[in-house]
Design a protein around this ligand. Structure first.
Ligand code: AMP
Length: 422
């Protein structure tokens, strides 16, 4: 299958070629023709599947068919994303794929000064990529007019709902015209997503790519059983032994990310933390240093990591397992991207057994277990409840409350898995 068959015109095919893409990914093969027919879609696709190009390319194509010769720049397409990182990444894709087309785009998110965004909007833009909060601020200040929007795209809609953006989304929906094409992308299909899509989409075409086949084929996953107090030591050991140059490490909390970063630095491993408490500039710099190779370890929380686009990331480490199983799938989607092989390791202590069981249930497979010599867990250490460290964004925790923790402790007493060794 080649891109030529999808109905995209020359300026886009040229940009695709310049990116070095030879064939469309499954989500692109399925989504692009349907979007070009003008239909609404509900697409199930995760980060790493090529979903961004899956909606950006046909959007640019449709805009160029309708507006190629008109010089007026006003917002015609709105792309909503849950986080600033994802907004920035989508904006980068829009500029990249649209580089041979005359459209202007603006990226709108909070945490940075509003005036430059207002000025950019004043000059006129065709495509707006925004997080909901700052967009509403700009609407309130009458700095943006969404009454001529023809295309609305919700990227990572499930995450937007998790982060408590539903009311913000509804406010935006009241402003944009009823008559428009809407594309909804979501990694998961919860009841909330179904409800939102019923409200939002007109006769949508369901576009899905196989859920985890991709990652299970290309990402080798393993679980290292280790005591909580020795995780840092094991991580340092793995990085040094494996001579890893670039590794993304996930922690559950911002505090945990900072602490681990400090410890790795003490071990002589250049590391930097990226999370919601850091300014946008600090995050951009951290990412740039990591991409350049000046920093070997990027320590991130789930929310901060959303939308970070790093190609060919060889190693992802779960320093702590996420309490929300879907986050595991998102995390390991950072490696093994677009045809490259990757490795995802999870350092799992006795407190996290239930998280692991839930993850394995979700991905429908057992992750191979490793008990590394010198790091075998001390059987006398008993499970303790996990401190979630203050929730996730506006929405709070989805699960992992006291009841599930209690369950986890009682179910663990019968477990014999820890007896084996490797
Ligand atoms: P996404 O799922 O949109 O985050 O994209 C994941 C990565 O795949 C990005 O780094 C894209 O640059 C890359 N990508 C997207 N489409 C293709 C393609 N057709 N061939 C190769 N790489 C691609």
């Amino acid at each position: 299958m080649s891109f030529d068959k999808l109905g995209l015109s020359k300026p886009l095919l040229k940009a695709i070629k310049e990116q070095g893409y030879t064939s469309p990914t499954p989500i692109q093969q399925k989504a692009i023709p349907v979007i070009l027919e003008g239909k609404d879609i509900l697409a199930g696709a995760q980060t790493g599947t090529g979903k961004t190009a899956g909606f950006t390319l046909p959007l640019l194509e449709l805009l160029s068919r309708k507006h190629q010769n008109k010089k007026k720049h006003y917002p015609k397409a709105l792309i909503l994303t849950p986080t600033r990182e994802l907004a920035a990444q989508v904006a980068e894709s829009v500029s990249l794929y649209g580089k041979h087309l005359p459209f202007r785009s603006a990226v709108i998110f909070g945490g940075v000064k509003i005036n430059p965004q207002i000025n950019q909007l004043k000059k006129g833009v065709d495509i707006v990529i925004a997080t909901p909060g700052r967009l509403l601020d700009l609407i309130a200040q009458k700095a943006i007019d969404l009454r001529q929007i023809e295309f609305l795209i919700l990227d990572e809609a499930d995450r937007m709902l998790d982060m408590g953006f539903i009311n913000d989304i509804k406010k935006v929906l009241k402003i944009v015209p009823k008559e428009k094409q809407t594309l909804l992308f979501s990694a998961t299909y919860s009841n909330e997503i179904k409800k939102l899509s019923n409200e939002l989409l007109k006769n949508p075409v369901l576009v899905e790519v196989a859920r985890q086949n991709r990652s299970s084929e290309q990402v080798s996953q393993s679980v290292y059983h280790v005591d909580k107090g020795r995780k840092r030591e094991l991580l340092t050991h793995l990085i040094n032994e494996g001579e890893w140059k670039q590794v993304l490490v996930f922690t559950r909390t911002k505090h945990g990310a900072n602490k681990l970063t400090g410890q790795l630095e003490k071990d002589g491993i250049p590391a930097v933390a990226i999370h919601g408490n850091k300014s946008q500039n600090a995050r951009t710099k951290a990412l740039a240093d990591f991409k350049k190779g000046d920093v070997r370890v990027l320590v991130a929380t789930d929310i901060a990591a959303r939308g970070i686009d790093i190609d060919q990331l060889p190693h992802v480490v779960n320093f702590e397992l996420p309490n929300v199983s879907e986050d595991y799938v998102h995390r390991i989607g950072r490696t093994g991207r677009a045809g490259n092989e990757g490795e995802a390791l999870s350092l799992v202590c006795v407190d996290e057994d239930e998280f692991l069981a839930n993850i394995e249930k979700l991905i429908k497979k057992d992750i191979p277990k490793v008990w590394l010599k010198g790091f075998k867990p001390d059987p006398s250490i008993k499970a303790e409840p996990i401190n979630m460290g203050g929730g996730r964004g506006r929405g709070g925790n989805r699960s992992g409350g006291a009841s599930s923790r209690n369950r986890s402790r009682s179910s663990r007493s019968g477990s014999s898995r820890r007896g084996a060794s490797a």
